[in-house]
Design a protein around this ligand. Structure first.
Ligand code: FES
Length: 70
């Protein structure tokens, strides 16, 4: 079971699934990786959904090369 932490959200963030492409997040976000390192991203962030990115967890455009559908 996945545990969800309660966080205070101060601004609206929009998440969009693009056809055959990345998960787009519009807003300022802080990403915490499995080792606890934090990365801040502002305005727009593209997260890889296809698994082919060489810069996981971010999209690097590889979904086009592999013909990702989803
Ligand atoms: S979705 Fe773009 S590289 Fe995976």
């Amino acid at each position: 079971m996945v545990q969800v932490k309660k966080l205070k959200v101060e601004a609206e963030t929009i998440v969009e699934t693009t056809p055959n492409g990345p998960l787009m997040v519009y807003g300022n976000v802080t990403i915490k990786d499995s080792k606890g390192s934090l990365t801040k991203k502002n305005n727009v962030t593209a997260f890889c959904r296809c698994g082919a990115s060489s810069n996981k967890l971010f999209c690097d455009g590889s979904h086009k090369k592999i013909g990702f559908e989803g």
